[in-house]
Design a protein around this ligand. Structure first.
Ligand SMILES: Cc1cc2nc3c(=O)[nH]c(=O)nc-3n(C[C@H](O)[C@H](O)[C@H](O)COP(=O)(O)OP(=O)(O)OC[C@H]3O[C@@H](n4cnc5c(N)ncnc54)[C@H](O)[C@@H]3O)c2cc1C
Length: 477
């Protein structure tokens, strides 16, 4: 049995920041991370090779529903921060006030958060591209200008090289920032360790049981006796672990995602940059609809055109002229995460409402308009039936026929599966992440956002996690 003061489970943005903050405050911190430590640059960003190495189940995970939603989770030291696009938003006062009021969350005004956001922005070197953005990003800016829609360059956590151009940046992931900081402050970070279960007695977690991978097929059990536990395993694995441990109240019932519908757009000019993503987004319809660009390596273009990619083989063959774009929405419907006996992966389901379907079709239409306004020659929406659009007018006819079930949906933004708040009827944790009814176990990751924020979430997740650490250290909770 290993005695530890603070045990952090998971080393994504929530866990890495928690480990650094608490270690720097003099706490004895132990981080357990299921995946491996892989240095930035070891795998080409956004490649299928990276998906294999750094995504859970190589990114082949599905929330069942009509239609199903493919979702992806990062797995490894740094979690999602190692594989994501690095697009940063500081949570604004409207969002925070709205959440504080609707979900009964204490101390969540801009005043309570802003210093945390500033520190995070400094640590992650958040900023806009000093040089030129990619051609695929300019498409969004150009289309928005032609239609009179507001667009914005979204800052990223990136350090730029000599040319200062978009393609010359290096993402400031958790293995580059908060995890080394945690280690320097004395934290122990163990990778290759899967936490199986928390053992509870009364109001406390008295033991944490884990399995350390030694070699393929060989593992050893580990047991920890923590004073405090921070569960930061992400919005799918956190509720699954809590349920397996018998902590079930308001856990896993309210998963919220931003479903995305995608389209491949083909241009006369070469616009594809396989190892980078566009930094511009359409903000005209925020927070309900956001339009932006996705990673567009040839393999990913093929996936977006599946199952009809063979009919459009010339698009992937001529990939330099094409790029992938997305329209993401907020939903009224919710998902569920349910841990199942004897299985490693939880069952994830998501129910979209008719209103969500209308919103998604509407979002797709707007994206297609944007792409033609920016000069696209052809647009291939990622829908069940193979469609090639030659003008925006082609979509009007298609839009009338399209049903929610025809859309191929995916998401990379998973939140709200253990929501925070003082209303015990619906919140799984209190205003600062402590599980209701327990003294020494907290959630500090994407799970505790009360709903999907309508923007790339990592900045909000980290700011709230940082505020929760401050409250823990102050002994308020
Ligand atoms: C492809 C992609 C692109 C994205 N782009 C952006 C973007 O541009 N901007 C943005 O803001 N957000 C983006 N996101 C979302 C962002 O990465 C996530 O919101 C964020 O990583 C969530 O942080 P987290 O700490 O909650 O969990 P995660 O990052 O999911 O980290 C959880 C960690 O816990 C570990 N873990 C899970 N279960 C266990 C267990 N039982 N035992 C031990 N360890 C465990 C996992 O291996 C993982 O490393 C993107 C995500 C993806 C996948």
């Amino acid at each position: 049995m290993i005695d530890v003061e603070v045990l952090v489970i998971g080393s994504g943005p929530g866990g890495a920041l928690t480990a650094a903050r608490l270690a720097e405050a003099g706490r004895q911190v132990f981080v357990l991370e299921e995946g491996d430590w892989i240095e930035v640059g070891e795998h080409e960003p956004f490649s299928l090779d990276q998906m294999e190495a750094q995504y859970r189940n190589a990114g082949q995970t599905v929330a069942l529903g009509r239609p199903p939603i493919i979702y992806t989770e990062g797995r490894g030291a740094g979690g999602g921060s190692e594989v994501n696009s690095g697009l940063y938003h500081r949570p604004g006062p409207e969002l925070l006030d709205d959440w504080a009021r609707r979900f009964a969350i204490r101390d969540l005004s801009e005043r309570d958060i802003v210093e945390h956001s500033r520190e995070i922005e400094k640590t992650l070197s958040v900023g806009t591209v000093p040089g030129a953005v990619t051609p695929a990003s300019s498409v969004i800016e150009r289309g928005g200008a032609a239609l009179g829609w507001a667009t914005r360059e979204v800052p990223r956590w990136m350090v730029y090289g000599e040319t200062s151009d978009a393609g010359d940046g290096e993402r400031q992931t958790m293995t580059r920032t908060y995890l080394p900081r945690a280690r320097e402050a004395g934290a122990t970070i163990m990778t290759g360790v899967h936490v199986d279960r928390l053992v509870k007695r009364g109001r406390r977690i008295v033991e944490v049981r884990a399995t350390k991978r030694l070699a393929p097929g060989i593992s050893e059990p580990l047991r920890f006796r923590p004073e405090h536990v921070f569960v930061c395993a992400g919005a799918i694995q956190t509720p699954a672990l809590l349920q397996r441990s018998g902590l079930r109240t308001n856990v896993g019932r309210t998963l919220a995602v931003h479903p995305m519908v995608k389209a491949v757009a083909r241009f006369d000019d070469a616009i594809n940059v396989p190892d980078d993503v566009p930094v511009h987004q359409v903000k005209e319809f925020a927070p309900n609809i956001s339009i932006g660009g996705s990673a567009s390596g040839p393999g990913l273009l093929g996936l977006a055109l599946a199952p009809e990619w063979a009919r459009f083989a010339e698009v992937t063959a001529d990939w330099e002229h094409s790029s992938l774009y997305y329209a993401a929405t907020r939903t009224q419907g919710h998902g569920r995460v349910q841990a199942l006996p004897f299985l490693d992966d939880p069952l994830v389901t998501y129910r979209l409402t008719r209103g969500d379907g209308k919103m998604l079709v509407h979002a797709l239409e707007r994206m297609v308009h944007l792409l033609f306004a920016a000069g696209a020659r052809r647009v291939y929406p990622s829908v069940a039936e193979a469609v090639e659009l030659r003008t925006a007018a082609d979509l009007t006819e298609l839009g009338q026929r399209l049903k929610l079930r025809d859309l191929n949906l995916m998401t990379v933004h998973l939140c709200s599966s253990v929501p925070m708040g003082e209303d015990r009827a619906r919140a799984g944790v209190d205003s600062f992440g402590r599980i209701h009814g327990f003294d020494n176990v907290r959630v500090n990751d994407a799970s505790l956002l009360p709903e999907a924020p309508g923007l790339n979430p990592q900045g909000t997740i980290m700011a709230i996690a940082s505020r929760n650490c401050a409250a823990f250290l102050a002994g308020a909770r």
